[in-house]
Every structure is written in structure tokens, then in C-alpha cells.
Design a protein around this ligand. Sequence first.
Ligand code: GLA
Length: 366
Amino acid sequence: MIKKAFLFLTITLLMGFHKPKEHGMKDIFKDSFYIGVALNSQQVSSEATQEQVLITTHFNSLSPENGLKWSLVHPKPEEYNFQFGDAYVALGEKLGAFTVGHCLVWHQQVPNWVFEDESGNRLGKEALVSRMENHIETVMGRYKGKIHGWDVVNEAFNEDGSFRESKWFEISGMDFIKAAFKKAREVDPNAELYYNDYNVWKASKRKGILDFAEEMKAEGIRIDAIGMQGHYLLESPSIDEIEQGIIEIAEAGFKVAITELDVDILPRPKNSQGADLNINYANSAEFNPYVDGVSTEIKEKFAQRYADLFQLFEKHKDKITRVTFWGLHDGRSWLNNFPVRGRTNYPLLFDRNLEPKIDVIKRISF
Ligand code: GLA
């Protein structure tokens, strides 16, 4: 802690916080865990120079926000698009970062053709699993040794711990999960392999995930870490709930990665979902209250929330390998468009002008 305080002092004294290369968040937490950031395609290209200074200064792990998801990397049966992936991996190598792949198998951002034969009929189990294995072989294989850890399966469980009834599940039962991890291990035995999900702090959901992960382990199928996405609100879940999650995952024999951290400060409309939300609330000032800036009270709550979270992560640094922010700065966050489109949100540690929120970073550093 004393070391951290000293580092932070150096950082603030040097002013222009994001300029000195050796004193960013990655340095503050270098004895604890990687500090990661999810990047979009513009950010991995060399033109986004101002953003690249921030990335280089503060982060020693990278995640691809969208560019390696199935619909982008493999949009048609015979068509792969590696433009993003190649630039992303090159950036990771340039920075010497721990580079993450996200995600091989998910029920969203996956084209319909994946589940259909040439005549548009639903595929059988064997054909689907083999198509999935080919995808893993091609995408993971291309970046073997260059991408160091993969979210192999994303969001396959419901809140009550049962399997999500995705097309993957409808066609293959839970076997697709086992097959995906087996294939991934075979393609790059040195890559870390993760199961990743949101709301892992919920006991019921976590039980489903951990029971299945342990079943796989008993069958010799290794998962290295469970990804807790970490899309949190200002007041929930509680720190105790998150802590319970970290402890139980570690007790079950898996590392923990905080894979998609952000703190949503905007009010969430209740009892409404998806498209309805946008129809009902998209232009509602009540649900978009901070267009011109955030009140002191909310700023304080936000800083305290991040301070509490990082205090918890520090406490369990022996269990946590990585804390990755889901986006570089507020202007780019998905939370400006979820669950209601077109709002002004402030979930990250860099603002829309790419300035660090010094007060918050100071609070998490002690
Ligand atoms: C999930 C996925 C991420 C991303 C977010 C929303 O958490 O894992 O890839 O799509 O939803 O941006």
C-alpha cells in the first residue's frame, strides 16, 4: 500500500497524468493483477494515437470488445475476417500485454447460418459441434501463442443456475461446452481458458456454473479461470455478494478474472426489456439525467464504489489474475446505449475528453 501511495504521488506530481509511460494504473497494481481494457477497431489501429497513449500508459492486458465475436470474425460459412484480430494482436505484442480473446462460443453476435444447413434446416448435434470446432481451430489457431487467454464459452447459464436455452443448448445440450473447452485446449495448450458470465455474484447462477465446471474438471477438461464480468451498478450488487463469489470460485479450484468492469450510474427502468426500453425511454430526461454533467453526490458515490471494489480485489489478489475495464473512456462505453439507447453515461475511469478521473484513481490506489 505504501508503495502504491508513492507511485500515485509520482503520477500526480508529474501532472499530465497520462504522459509518463512508466506510471499508470498497470504500475500501481503490478504486484496484484493485470489491469486490462477492452478495445474497439478504431483503437487498435494506429490512427487513434491519443487513445493509444492512454492504453500504453495504463494497461498491461487487452481484450477485444467486439472484433473477435463470431459474427464479425466469421460472418459467412467460408468467410473469415481477421483484419481486426491481426491489428489487435499486433498491438498486444507491441505493448507486451497479456492479450485476451473474446469470445469463441456465445448465443449472441453469432449468425443464424451457424445453426442451419444449406437448405435452412436446423443442424444436427454432430454437425453443429463440428462447425464450432472448426471455428475454434481457425480463429484460435491463427493466434496461437499470441493470444494468451480465451473466453471459450460466454453466458451459457440462467440466473437460477440452469442451462440457458440457446440454440447451442437446444441442439447439443451442454455437450457443446465440454467440446469447446476440449478443442480449445488442443488448439493452444498454453493458452488460459475461461468460462465467462455476468451476475456470477448471484449464488444460484454461480452454483450452476461451478457444479458444471467441477464436473468438467472431474472428466479431465480443464478451465483455468471463471470470468466475473463485473457490469455493476452504483449500489448493487453488494461488496459482500461479490466477495462471496470470488471466495467460492477460488474454493472450487479456479482463478477469478474480473473481465468486463464498469459502473453504471444511470437509473434503470424497471419491468421492461429490450426494444420496449428504447421505445418507452429513449428520449426520457428522467432516465438520462446527466447529459450536462454529474452531480457532486453521484461523483462521490461513484468514487466510493470503485474504491470499495478495488479494495476487495486487492484483498483477494491471490485469487484474481486480471481486472479488465469494459472500454477505455466514457464516450465509448456500451452503457451509453444499454439498456436504453442514446444516453450519456460515465462508467469508466477516463472521461469523454480522455482525461483521467484523478479523484477516483487516487481513491482506488490506496
Ligand atoms: C456481454 C459480452 C460483451 C459485451 C457486453 C455488452 O457482457 O460478454 O462482449 O457484448 O455484453 O457490450
